[in-house]
Ligand binder design. Structure first.
Ligand SMILES: C[S@@+](CC[C@H](N)C(=O)[O-])C[C@H]1O[C@@H](n2cnc3c(N)ncnc32)[C@H](O)[C@@H]1O
Length: 248
């Protein structure tokens, strides 16, 4: 299934500059999606594209080939990657799960070449908006998802987007800038970001977290379906795209 959030991907790719013969790493990659996207966006420029993730569960969901290589690695520990070996480090939707954020930032600095670039993209889950009639319920469901830690998370910060800049800036390693891109959708259907996110929220019920009841979840979904049928559906989520250039 293809998730349509290409406006976000375009915004991310537009922040990136690559030299010739570039080496790229995607931390918490899940699969080869972003590495394939970068190779396509910068034809002929990427000679090494490494994706690392704590699990290889999703490595084969998207086909990949040379120069992409995927490997298991825990980014909450010292990276199993060489000093000064990458021109670009990408980390999307990972930082909120890492407890010791300063060690993570130091590791990124260590593996980057002088003048290299880090792009760190995070959302504020708590700032997600769905339009519907029962605003109290929608707010409750979104907040419950935002603050409920899943098994694979070391940590959870539902305000990570707005906090990203300061995490990197205070390290003193980077020239920093931040850009906010809101994903906005008006259709509730399979493949859309808002649709898939609403299905992910079902995890709260499936895993008996107690954060919301099945009745509340079903009402939430029905509210979104009704909003879509009446032309009132809206999904919006802000992504903070941090760009840091390693100070030489
Ligand atoms: C929300 S997904 C984001 C995936 C991908 N970056 C994207 O934006 O589509 C978070 C990913 O980080 C991985 N992850 C979580 N904790 C990790 C860790 N300590 N080290 C490496 N990967 C981790 C998860 O397995 C998952 O694939």
């Amino acid at each position: 299934m293809k998730i349509n959030h290409s406006s976000l991907n375009q915004a991310i790719y537009e922040m990136i500059n690559l030299p010739e013969n570039a080496s790229v790493v995607d931390l918490g990659c899940r699969n080869a999606g972003y590495l394939n996207g970068i190779i396509e966006k910068f034809p002929g420029k990427v000679v090494k594209a490494v994706g690392v993730d704590i699990t290889d569960r999703n490595f084969n969901v998207i086909p990949y080939s040379q120069p992409v290589e995927l490997q298991i690695m825990n980014c909450a520990e010292k990276f199993d990657l060489g000093d000064h070996s990458f021109d670009l480090v990408l980390a999307k939707d990972l930082l909120e799960c890492i407890t010791d954020k300063m060690t993570f930032v130091k590791e990124i600095n260590r593996i980057l070449k002088p003048g290299g670039m880090v792009i760190c993209v995070n959302t504020d889950f708590d700032s997600t908006i769905y339009n519907g009639e029962n605003k109290d319920l929608i707010t409750k469901v979104i907040h419950a998802y935002a603050i409920t830690k899943q098994g694979w998370m070391d940590d959870l910060d539902s305000w990570m987007g707005r906090r990203t800049y300061s995490v990197f800036q205070k390290s003193g390693f980077f020239e920093s800038s931040i850009f906010v891109h809101s994903v906005v959708e008006t259709e509730y259907k399979e493949g859309k970001f808002g649709y898939e996110f609403s299905k992910n929220i079902g995890w709260l019920v499936e895993e008996n977290t107690g954060a919301i009841t099945k009745k509340e979840y079903d009402e939430f979904i029905n509210d979104l379906i009704k909003a879509d049928k009446t032309g009132n559906y809206l999904y919006s989520k802000p992504y903070y795209i941090y760009k840091g250039i390693k100070i030489k």
